[in-house]
Design a protein around this ligand. Structure first.
Ligand SMILES: O=C1O[C@H](COP(=O)(O)O)[C@@H](O)[C@H](O)[C@H]1O
Length: 225
């Protein structure tokens, strides 16, 4: 099973269209389940998607939102993915959604894994996941050369892992590939030529070298320059 690649005329069109697709996926999931779980990335790419998604009509009170991964920094830090989520997605109509945190006030993510995993495991599987990708082909916080990448990609991986990598400025916490691949709908958001070329180069590489390859099968990839 491969992925589908969707090219958009510009980032604004992509953000509007992708938000509508995510909303459609959530509405469809809500027809079968009382509550549904949506996981979204942090970083620089998803802000405009969030700006569009937060205003769509759906029963947000039955949706729980979480991050695919978090940088281990306080919520008011400029690199906090949680901060992005609170400012750009959990507002407007989406303010009615539940929120499942991926950060707590512990020195290291390792100390918080069990506590943070509990509410997630009560709600799995993910109904919908939106993933980002770095130019090094990391996705969520599954980075090439990360200390626990092999475990994070394994079929027996736990729900959450702490991750440290040369390409990551701070310790991370991330959903495992197993949990990401359990999503009923998978979308990947990619902007710019550098990342498109990285995705091309990743073709044929093992997930240990290009972790994005672990989640691409069955995914819809959305790209704009
Ligand atoms: O650090 C992260 O990076 C990726 C990609 O971010 P971007 O800024 O290149 O869009 C993101 O998907 C992930 O959630 C985030 O923690």
């Amino acid at each position: 099973m491969s992925h589908e690649f969707h090219k958009y005329p510009d980032r604004e069109m992509l953000a509007m269209d992708l938000a509508n697709q995510l909303a459609g996926d959530l509405r469809a999931a809500l027809q079968h389940d009382e509550r549904v779980l949506l996981a979204v990335p942090g970083g620089t790419s998803p802000g405009h998607v969030f700006d569009n998604l937060c205003g769509v009509e759906l029963d947000w009170s039955r949706v729980d939102v979480m991050l695919t991964d978090e940088r281990w920094v306080p919520e008011d830090h400029e690199r906090s993915n949680t901060r992005l989520l609170r400012e750009r997605l959990l507002v407007d109509k989406a303010a009615a959604a539940g929120y499942i945190p991926l950060y707590t006030d512990a020195d290291e993510p390792d100390d918080a894994l069990a506590k943070l995993a509990e509410p997630i495991e009560e709600r799995l599987p993910l109904a919908v996941v939106l993933l980002g990708m770095g130019a090094d082909c990391h996705t969520a916080s599954l980075f090439p050369e990360a200390d626990r990448l092999e475990e994070g990609l394994s079929a027996r991986a736990p729900t959450l892992l702490a991750m440290r990598a040369p390409g990551a400025a701070e310790p991370r916490i991330t959903l495992s590939a197993k949990v990401l691949n359990g999503a009923l709908k998978k979308h990947v958001l990619i902007f710019g030529n550098e990342k498109r070329e990285a995705l091309e180069r990743a073709r044929g590489l093992a997930p240990m070298e290009a972790p994005i390859n672990a989640v691409l099968p069955g995914a819809q990839v959305h790209w704009a320059e």
